[in-house]
Ligand binder design. Structure first.
Ligand code: ACO
Length: 382
């Protein structure tokens, strides 16, 4: 039995796997995908190229990228009965729940019953990357009573997703912002959802079940769901002038009050991704047309730095992502599904890595219950 002294709540600092997918130094705000800084990739690369990099381990050749891109474009469409399923989902349901159910259903329409066949694994890898934007957009449109559009094979990954969501092509600037956001969210070492993917993958469950587990883990407000909460928080504050009284009131009511979009288990400085997202936001908004939510976020960051900075609590990726998504018209409850679309690349990279020399996860527990309890028949109980 594990001793209490060995127990680390939340498995903090406990290595759960060996991985070469990404590197994170939380004290220096360094995040690298296969050795390449995420800031460089966000500026120079595309989501398609980054997905290959994460999954295959190195940058693709020009031919590899062209072939991979074509494979993705071929797998964007979803079965008409999956569309029927999505149409039947409650319109007021959360898009993350719709995504969770749809990812599991994808595995029934495009079966990959065993993970022993590399060709089927690759097909599922491409399908999950390519079809997630389609199912996210399908629910976003059908819940408003709109037609579910067919994907466009002539657009890139980010452009096609925007088209599916809004029925029109993005401007080049908006397409670039969306692509950069997907790159920034594509991978982040051993976080809760990646761990969930590796645990499910370690049972040799299908890739669809593996990604569905990760989607479930990502949905919580302490993980991917924080971007929605962060934007709602800026709206609740109502403007930069209200930040200080708002925070004072929250901290008086609850001294442990958690400000959404700040703090991280690993980062003790500002998250590199938050810095890039803030640059994107600055670029999008001329000073005169900054949305109130962005002005509020800037002031909240300033005030929080004074209070929480000494504890190493600074903005994480979710602090500014919602402001950027909202500025390009994306509904608040679709922020986390976009995170999932992006993170699927990282989850799949970890799944492929897990399958090499796989060992099923089976941790220990510190037992805190009682033993040898007599079963009292119901008739003898009050
Ligand atoms: N606001 C205020 N105080 C905070 C915050 C916060 N957001 N985050 C941590 N703290 C404080 C805690 O109260 C605690 O203080 P104490 O030492 O006085 O008790 C200390 O910092 C350590 O906090 P923990 O909760 O133990 O830190 P942990 O590493 O477990 O949590 C987490 C990390 C869950 C991300 C946390 O910072 C949080 O809840 N943040 C808000 C939600 C959020 O933004 N999540 C997105 C994370 S990034 C991502 O998933 C993509």
């Amino acid at each position: 039995m594990t001793a209490d002294a060995d127990y680390k709540p939340g498995l903090e600092d406990v290595p759960a796997a060996k991985s070469a997918v990404s590197f994170l130094d939380g004290k220096k705000a360094v995040l690298e995908y296969r050795g390449i800084p995420v800031e460089v990739l966000a500026r120079e690369s595309s989501f398609e190229e980054v997905s290959w990099l994460l999954i295959k381990g190195s940058l693709p050749t020009q031919k590899e990228l062209a072939d991979f891109d074509a494979e993705l474009r071929q797998r964007r469409a979803i079965h008409y009965r999956l569309k029927d399923l999505i149409r039947c989902m409650p319109a007021d349901g959360h898009p993350m729940d719709a995504l969770h159910a749809s990812v599991a259903a994808l595995g029934m329409f495009y079966p990959c019953p065993t993970v022993a066949d590399p060709a089927k694994n690759w097909d599922a890898t491409c399908r999950l990357l390519a079809a997630l934007p389609t199912v996210v957009a399908a629910f976003a449109r059908s819940r408003r009573g709109e037609e579910i559009p067919e994907p466009r094979a002539d657009l890139d990954h980010a452009g096609n997703f925007y088209y599916l969501l809004f029925g029109k092509e993005p401007t080049p600037a908006v397409r670039r912002v969306l692509d950069a956001c997907l790159i920034l969210h594509a991978e982040h070492t051993m976080n809760a959802s990646t761990f969930a993917a590796r645990v499910t993958g370690s049972t040799l469950a299908t890739p669809y079940q593996t990604i569905a587990s990760a989607v479930g883990a990502l949905s919580g407000p302490l993980h991917g769901g924080a971007n929605e909460e962060a934007l709602r928080q800026f709206d609740e504050i109502g403007g930069p002038g209200n930040v200080k009284p708002w925070l004072d009131a929250k901290r008086t009511a609850d001294p442990k009050y958690k400000v959404m979009g700040i703090g991280h288990r690993v980062y003790k400085v500002k998250d590199a991704r938050a810095t890039v997202l803030q640059e994107i936001a600055e670029h999008m908004f001329a000073e005169s047309s900054r949305p109130k939510a962005y002005e509020t976020a800037l002031e909240l960051e300033r005030v929080c730095a004074g209070i929480y900075g000494p504890k190493g609590i600074y903005p994480n990726v979710d602090f500014y992502s919602g402001v950027v998504y909202s500025a390009i018209g994306i509904p608040t409850d679709v922020f986390t599904p976009i995170f999932a679309i992006a993170r699927t690349a990282g989850w799949l990279a970890h799944w492929h890595e897990q399958l090499v020399g796989n060992r099923i996860f089976r941790p220990e527990q510190v037992f805190t219950g009682t033993t040898d309890v007599r079963y009292v028949p119901l008739a003898e109980r009050p």
